[in-house]
Design a protein around this ligand. Structure first.
Ligand SMILES: [Ca+2]
Ligand SMILES: [Ca+2]
Length: 496
């Protein structure tokens, strides 16, 4: 049975009206925003101040502004003492990246935090500061954000507040000074920053207060950094202990832990459901492994399918993983918060590696595309002939559902028509699936030319014939370029 409306006449005309046929169910916030923070996936940046690679690129406020304006809600700043040790600065310690002024970064966050939505912005601080400078940073944070800063107060909370409760608030998340000190004394060699001896990244001089004896530091902790501790809305736990301690939560107080992508992969191999349980109340942040010096990213589904809220990405990078990330946060009106599906919050712990029965089949029929002639120069794809477009299409989700296909090549056509291309995706966990498209111009002697991409969150996908807007590598929508695609769930599926 053909579940699609018979190919509409517009399919062969050159005007696919995007506004009349949007492919997402809603472009407004429509998820319940009154659940604890741990019940949401949050759009999260890694080393948000870097303009390029992780080794020698420039630090700037610009990528911070860009990220916030795209809906990113978690900004990471690495804080180090400046060369003279009398102020904190933002840089990627141990590398040749340049530094940026902390005050500039904080002001940029303040000015752009709520550009996309009023829901809270979290600043994760990777803090390499001595107590004296922590005190200084506390004053800066207080002065910059004032009443925007969310403070926990003394009351104990079993759960984080909700995004609704935290509207227009800035949350600071880092290790409290005591844990910071412990983490420093466990590994004495790290009490000085791991940086090369150059004029711009000299460790604080040895007579600096920071590097005196532990007792002295403890005294300073009591005075200087007390203000800093009070500003920490979300406590990051010290995660240098063996894995098992990492996931043992405090019943009186939810926490945030951080781990890199490799650590997560190791952990989920043996303790996947423990991670899911932990994320029902606590926050887990995943970050790229250290060898991703080119600012590339990793598979975000490993984190999401185990309930990890803060899957931190290098937003300045390119590539399919970033497109998947952008696709996830097109959901819920692009507000930066996506409510986790119910399966991740249930008492019976979800195991994404288990083989669940197929719940529905997504049928996708790619009819045609248009707009390249308007968005690209005539010789952009091929010098002497029209382009030869084909579409790769796939699902990213739990391992069982992840699959990809491609259409035939529409040779020498600015308005490609793919007449026989219908794809079936059997889905066992549709709630955690995203559908991605990548269009390329086929070249038999050189690398294919990129011609557009997009990714759509399945829970928000509308059935019927839809205009699917395409984006460039960085995720900016093309003005005119789009596909005409039919979607149907068989049987219809109720997302929860
Ligand atoms: Ca070409
Ligand atoms: Ca051609």
């Amino acid at each position: 049975m053909d579940l699609f409306i018979s190919t509409p006449s517009i399919a062969t005309s050159s005007a696919i009206p995007t506004l009349l046929f949007p492919c997402l169910a809603s472009y407004k916030v429509h998820h319940d925003m009154k659940a604890p923070l741990a019940h949401y996936f949050v759009y999260t940046g890694h080393n948000s101040y870097l303009t390029g690679n992780q080794v020698n690129s420039r630090s700037s406020v610009e990528p911070i502004v860009q990220a916030l304006r795209k809906g990113v809600k978690v900004i990471e700043l690495d804080l180090w003492p400046n060369p003279s040790g009398n102020a904190a600065e933002v840089r990627h310690g141990g590398t040749l990246t340049s530094h940026e002024d902390l005050q500039k970064c904080l002001s940029a966050i303040k000015d752009n935090a709520f550009h996309v939505s009023d829901y809270p912005v979290m600043i994760t601080l990777e803090d390499h500061l001595p107590p004296k400078l922590q005190g200084q940073v506390a004053k800066m944070l207080t002065k910059t954000f004032r009443e925007m800063l969310f403070r926990c107060g003394s009351e104990s909370r079993k759960h984080f507040p909700s995004p609704e409760e935290l509207r227009k608030k800035i949350l600071i998340s880092t290790k409290p000074p005591k844990e910071y000190l412990e983490s420093q004394t466990v590994q004495p060699r790290r009490t000085t920053p791991m940086v090369k001896e150059t004029s711009w990244s000299r460790p604080a001089s040895s007579n600096n207060m920071a590097w005196r004896g532990e007792n002295k530091i403890l005294e300073e902790l009591e005075s200087e950094a007390v203000g800093y501790r009070d500003l920490i809305a979300i406590h990051a736990a010290n995660c240098k202990n063996p894995l098992k301690d990492c996931l043992s939560d405090d019943p009186e107080k939810p926490l945030r832990i951080s781990m890199d992508e490799q650590w997560l992969e190791t952990m989920v191999r043996t303790r996947g459901t423990d991670v899911v349980r932990f994320t029902q109340r606590n926050l887990v942040r995943i970050y790229p492994k250290g060898t991703r010096v080119d600012s590339s990213n990793y598979d975000p589904l490993v984190g999401w399918t185990h309930g990890a809220q803060l899957v931190a990405f290098n937003m300045q990078g390119h590539g399919k993983q970033l497109w998947i990330m952008q696709g996830m946060f097109r959901a819920n009106g692009g507000c930066g918060y996506v409510k986790k599906p119910r399966i991740l919050l249930e008492h019976t712990l979800f195991d994404p590696c288990k083989r669940f029965p197929i719940k529905t089949t997504l049928k996708v029929k790619i009819y045609t595309g248009e707009g390249w002639d308007l968005d690209f120069p005539q010789t952009h794809f091929d010098q002497f002939s029209p382009p030869d477009f084909f579409v790769k299409i796939g699902i990213e989700g739990v391992p069982r559902d992840t699959v990809s296909y491609r259409t035939e090549t529409a040779v020498d056509q600015w308005f490609p028509i793919w007449s026989n291309d219908e794809f079936l995706f059997q889905l066992s966990v549709p709630e955690l699936a995203l559908l991605w498209f990548k269009v390329q111009d086929y070249d038999n002697d050189t690398q294919n030319d990129f011609a557009g991409q997009t990714c759509l969150p399945l829970p928000e996908l509308k059935s019927g014939v839809r205009a699917v807007r395409l984006h460039d590598r960085a995720g900016r929508a093309y003005k005119n370029t789009r596909l005409l695609v039919g979607f149907a769930f068989d049987p219809p599926y109720m997302f929860r």
